[in-house]
Design a protein. Structure first.
Length: 704
């Protein structure tokens, strides 16, 4: 009887194995086969088994090896390769497990090897990602993505080969981004021609060794993506403050330190589970498909899409995804921001109209942009002054030229007067489609069908009956809207809308207890993202705000107004100093005054060109020192400073690098009874556990 000996690496003893295998042995091996293909976690649990269980598992592994089975000790990729590899005859001297085949060839005797996701580090801050068709890659962190070959989709936006690189911001504060490899149109070419085309495209990006690796792992319909480390002035500015670096990168201990992990880490990203990414429901996908189809058809004109719903149902996320989907087929989209608290492209407290031509692949504080028209309301909510809110929306909406689709973002205030105010917006803006989002956790909200809107009174408008079965006549809005000349003579018609009810399946981090703190953090991040434009582009060194040169503005060159509270004239400068100010342009000429400051009796509805920080007031020279990223050619037209309830983030006062000793604007000796320094003008009080100080808006600070 022929006997062979097999050396077991984990043990120093010799086991006697039979060369042949009976039928019962083969059946046991087939039963044990699924247990051989173990991921990292089940193998780690192997050592937690009892002694008898480990002995039984070891016996099955030896039986499978004797029958020709192969137990791959690698994680993920090796296990998948072992599952696809067919059994082979026993070899008296088996060598190491072979690597991946260069060509996934199918044979009649066994199944074809499935292509897998592959990552390779190209150098410092660069990595190559091979995504087979229909596979996904979810990540956290920031990177610059270039599609070298094929086609991928990120947050609804399709990136094809030859397109410019796109900046991706997959942050902890929002759902993680996912790179999806999608099918792309392939002409009738042989596989040899396809590989030759891919090799030519890779020649300008990779060296010979990396090209050989890429073509070895290449498969039909595979997309090749290059990931690069991303450095921007906004990211550097945000991460310079303690406690904000976790937004982009999270240092989490992991046991899967392999070549893939190191390659992604050099770029600045980390692979995440798919469940942490955005999950769209069937109703959301159907609504997106219909809206894209309607917007792409020229015969239907330019649709006006109004998105509404309760707080934290995913309105902003839906809008971002819709913008990216529309940009795949049309060059631009108009966006009307009516949410004062959680704005998308501007700092909070604004109502703005923008023309969007580039995809939005990140949260709002990563893509702050300059609007076509913007008005600074001054507060994150309009509950105490809804009439002024409506008038500002009329003023901003009058600039919409109806040349491309319009997306309208609304507030999450849909209870009581908030619902009535939403009725007024629907009648005023006359949308063609109303997308109403709801979740299992959101409050009940009536379906905003055309009949419901027709029969309900708004906060400032009354219900109207149908006119000729086409629309609703609203003469009260006819004088306030500036449409084409042929439309000015006729009253404004509300032509009805199509209601699209969308069930949202977004994951929520907010609760009723922490919602206010989360919203405040998002507002402060938007302000910091705007201030990041003050810094020069990389690779220049990062400078703190106190080291930048401010503009000097004479008292008699601008007018002042506290937009959200009544402040005594003698204390206006106390409120303006160290404040977030809107740089506005009013029609009145204020340069005729010889002395200042010039105070306005009412808050004007005027264009806002940008924002800044009043970092000091020089009473001797009668100058304001303003720090702003607005270019000088636009600053020449600014003649009004509006101060609202939007405050400067605390980290700017307390955590800037450089100042030593006493920190300006942070004091423990403050008169809380001083007029104009109460809570209603935005002063806040908190305890600093490290320094035991109180922060309040200062009485006065003179720049030295």
């Amino acid at each position: 009887m022929l006997i062979e000996y097999k050396q077991i690496r984990s043990e120093s003893r010799v086991l006697l194995l039979r060369r042949g295998a009976s039928r019962s042995t083969w059946l046991r091996v087939r039963k044990a086969r699924p247990q051989l293909i173990l991921s990292r976690r089940p193998r780690r649990r192997l050592w937690t088994l009892r002694w008898s269980g480990r002995r039984r598992r070891r016996r099955r592994l030896l039986q499978a090896h004797a029958a020709g089975g192969d137990w791959c000790e690698g994680a993920g990729q090796g296990s998948r390769a072992a599952a696809a590899r067919r059994p082979k005859a026993a070899d008296p001297d088996p060598g190491p497990a072979p690597g991946p085949e260069p060509e996934p060839a199918a044979s009649a005797s066994g199944p074809q090897k499935l292509p897998v996701l592959s990552v390779r580090q190209l150098g410092p801050g660069r990595a190559l990602l091979l995504l087979p068709a229909e596979q996904t890659f979810t990540f956290s962190g920031i990177c610059r993505l270039t599609c070298v070959y094929g086609q991928v989709e990120v947050f609804g936006y399709i990136i094809s080969q030859g397109q410019p690189a796109q900046d991706n911001f997959s942050t902890y504060t929002h759902a993680y981004l996912t790179i999806n490899a999608i099918h792309y149109s392939m002409p009738e070419k042989s596989e040899k021609e396809i590989r030759k085309e891919a090799r030519i495209l890779l020649r300008s990006h990779l060296n010979l060794e990396d090209r050989c690796w890429s073509m070895k792992n290449f498969s039909p319909l595979c997309s090749i993506v290059m990931l690069e480390r991303l450095k921007t002035s906004t990211v550097n500015f945000l991460t310079s403050y303690p406690g904000l670096s976790y937004i982009f990168t999270q240092e989490v201990t992991t046991f899967q330190i392999n070549a893939e992990y190191l390659a992604l880490r050099s770029v600045g990203i980390k692979k995440e589970r798919r469940k942490k990414a955005l999950n769209l429901s069937e109703s959301a996908l159907a609504a997106l498909e219909e809206l894209v189809s309607v917007s792409s058809e020229e015969a239907d004109g330019c649709p006006v899409i109004l998105v509404c719903g309760d707080q934290d149902v995913g309105k902003s996320t839906f809008n971002r995804y819709l913008i990216n989907q529309l940009l795949n087929s049309i060059p631009c989209i108009d966006y009307l921001e009516c949410d004062l608290g959680q704005t998308e492209f501007t700092p909070p407290g604004c109502i703005s109209l923008l023309n969007v031509t580039e995809p939005v692949l990140g949260p709002p504080f990563t893509h702050q942009r300059t609007p076509q028209k913007m008005v600074y309301y001054g507060k994150p909510s309009c509950e105490n002054n809804c009439e002024n809110y409506i008038e500002i929306i009329k003023y901003v909406f009058s600039s919409y030229k109806r040349e491309c689709p319009l997306i309208v973002n609304t507030m999450g205030w849909v209870a009581d007067e908030g619902l009535l105010l939403l009725m007024d917006l629907i009648r005023l803006l006359s949308p063609t489609h109303v997308v109403q989002l709801h979740t299992s956790q959101s409050r009940y909200m009536a379906s905003l069908t055309p009949d419901y809107v027709d029969n309900m009174d708004g906060l400032y408008t009354k219900s109207k009956s149908r006119v000729r079965n086409r629309g609703y006549e609203l003469p009260e809005f006819a004088d306030n809207l500036e449409f084409a000349d042929e439309d000015k003579e006729s009253p404004v018609l509300f032509t009805g809308h199509k209601l699209m009810s969308v069930y949202s399946e977004f994951s929520f981090r907010k609760t009723s207890r922490n919602r206010e703190s989360h919203n405040r953090i998002f507002r402060e991040l938007a302000v910091l993202g705007y201030l990041g434009q003050l810094l020069p582009p990389v690779p220049k060194s990062l400078s703190p705000l106190h080291g930048l040169m401010p503009y000097q503005v004479p008292f008699n060159a601008v007018a002042l107004r506290i937009a959200h509270a009544d402040v005594a004239p003698t204390h206006v400068l106390y409120a303006v100093n160290a404040s977030w100010v809107g740089l506005c342009k009013i029609l009145d000429d204020v340069r005729g005054y010889t002395k200042g400051p010039i105070l306005l009796a009412q808050t004007p509805i005027c264009d806002c060109l940008g924002f800044g920080i009043c970092r000091g007031i020089d009473m001797e020279k009668r100058l304001y020192h303003i720090l702003t990223p607005v270019p000088p050619e636009e600053l020449r037209t600014v003649n009004c400073l509006l101060v609202g309830a939007i405050s400067i983030p605390q980290c700017i006062f307390k955590s800037q690098r450089g100042p030593e000793g006493t920190i300006p604007y942070v004091t423990t000796d403050y008169n809380f009874k001083l007029p104009g320094a109460s809570e209603k003008i935005g002063a806040r009080e908190f305890n600093d556990t490290q320094e035991g100080k109180l922060y309040r808006r200062p009485r006065f600070y003179r720049k030295k």
